[in-house]
Design a protein around this ligand. Sequence first.
Ligand code: AMP
Length: 297
Amino acid sequence: MDLVELVPAHAQGDVKLLRGKDQLRAALEPARREGSSIGLVPTMGYLHEGHLSLLRAARAECDVDVMSLFVNPTQFGPGEDLDRYPRDEERDLELAAEAGADFVYAPPPEAVYPEGFATYVAVEGGLTDVLDGDPSRRGTEHFRGVTTVVAKLFNSVGPDVAYFGQKDAQQVAVVRRMVSDLDFPLRIEVLPTVREPDGLAMSSRNAYLEPSGRRRAAALSRALAVAEQVAPSAGLCAALEAAEAELRAAGIEPEYLEARDAEDLSPVTELGSRPVLIALAARVDGARLIDNVLIEP
Ligand code: AMP
């Protein structure tokens, strides 16, 4: 296998595909020496406009842009969709190049987790054992997988700025905590959720939806929009009830639908002086979808 492959791209010149962390370091060395800023966009691939919005932001702000493309096995639980997670590396490389990425780092799993791998990074406590981290759902192991791979990517790339999407609000809160607690010398930039015309948050997992489920899935964002509208006048409790009614009307039973402090994820019952996150997860057609809305004070 070639360690450095040049992939011809449509619009923006070439993007370099790197499979090994040593090659990645060597490729970034000139930029680092010259003091150029490095942006990192971590992804699991099967790119959509949400990913591309992060890449374009990195392009606009940083001198050199790296997209990682890695379906991270440690963040999938047993029985989750690791094996069937959608993949299309060739298309991803073209889209990443068009959006202005300079490097795509796509290591094989055995390079990230070689035999004998035994070290994990885990954010403990109330950020990781609620919502998706609740033991009845994905569990804290999911976030342990996320923080472990993100810490490794930060060490391999050494970015000045790392870009994440608000769509995965809990992931953002957890990664921010890790960066602060472990003194990673970088800035986290969070970009708004990019949506389909009917409001459905873009997600690689939307590929699992059948046409009828795809139509019903628009109820998730409708429910959050209703909650956002109701909350300021009628309060969070009424907002959550209205959102649940919207989901029920579409035949969708949420795994969770909760109002939480956007930063520490503690439960909140009233709007106050801090941003509130209304977050939900629901299964549609066997696809587990998440979405959220942020209500600023
Ligand atoms: P993923 O490939 O699903 O792990 O996502 C990679 C990055 O893209 C994460 O930071 C996500 O939060 C972000 N992302 C995923 N979907 C969206 C979206 N619809 N809008 C904005 N960012 C997104």
